[in-house]
Design a protein around this ligand. Structure first.
Ligand code: DGL
Length: 254
């Protein structure tokens, strides 16, 4: 599993809840984060290197936990992965949306890279052309989560500032299309009220794996690797996972 950094651990958490026995090797590309403001070419290039590394490490499945990488680098990762299956955090959401009856207006918040990719409207066009996506880049939210700001009022203020830019009256669901946002899921839900579904891509990925009958018969181990050691990663990772981790530094170009 990989992400640009620490945010993908929300996906890891959802995945581990569903598959506690999976042995997971997690790569956070801290050297190149954030991906959300990088060019498509760079996002593809970084993702290719990680996919190659995971493949050579013996991965049996590659999960792109990063929304920006899922939006721009899915095909590149599949190419590198060869016959190893690849899952991401965009396609399970699209499949979920397409299955909902009477859904026509969906909001989406994510990084600039994810929003600019237009991946959701593009994939939905084939599966559910009746669904209209209103996408908004909300770049201040990821740093807010990483800093671990506990001030509910500040989180509310910022989320509410962004939500005001979406057509809330007609919106039926909101996709939290960035790894960090599930940490703020309660704030989103509280502000949106009970009639708008708030969707967590990590959970939908886990659900899709379950529906596909995937199973993992490991020991539930976690190997956590970064391309550059930062104490901030370590701290945030331990906060997000709720337990200490042992962090390894890797060189993808060695
Ligand atoms: N992991 C990224 C994503 O889900 C957010 C952080 C970044 O911009 O690298 O798009």
């Amino acid at each position: 599993m990989f992400d640009s950094g620490v945010g993908g651990l929300t996906v890891l958490k959802a995945f581990r809840n569903a598959f506690p026995q999976a042995d997971i090797q997690y790569v956070g590309d801290t050297l190149h984060m954030p991906y959300g403001d990088k060019s498509p070419d760079n996002i593809r290039d970084f993702s290719r290197h990680i996919a190659r590394y995971l493949r050579s490490s013996g991965a049996e499945l590659i999960v792109i936990a990063c929304n920006s990488a899922s939006s721009w680098a899915y095909e590149a990762v599949c190419e590198e992965a060869g016959n190893i299956p690849v899952l991401d955090v965009v396609r399970p959401v699209v499949h979920h949306l397409a299955k909902q009856p009477n859904l026509s207006r969906v909001g989406l918040v994510g990084t600039r890279a994810t929003v600019q990719s237009g991946i959701y409207p593009r994939l939905l066009k084939a599966l559910a052309p009746n669904i209209h996506i209103d996408a908004l880049a909300t770049p201040l939210l990821a740093p807010l989560v990483e800093e671990g700001i506990q001030l509910h009022e500040l989180n509310r203020l910022l989320v509410s500032h962004y939500l005001q830019q979406l057509p809330l009256d007609s919106m039926q669901a909101l996709v939290l299309a960035c790894t960090h946002y599930p940490v703020l899921q309660d704030v989103f839900q509280e502000l949106l009220g009970p009639n708008i579904q708030v969707l967590n891509p990590g959970e939908l990925l886990a659900l899709e794996c379950r529906n596909k009958g995937l199973n993992f018969a490991g020991k539930g181990t976690l190997l956590c690797e970064v391309t550059e050691y930062t104490s901030a990663f370590e701290k945030t990772a331990e906060r997000l996972l709720g337990h200490p981790i042992s962090l390894q530094t890797i060189d993808l170009h060695a």
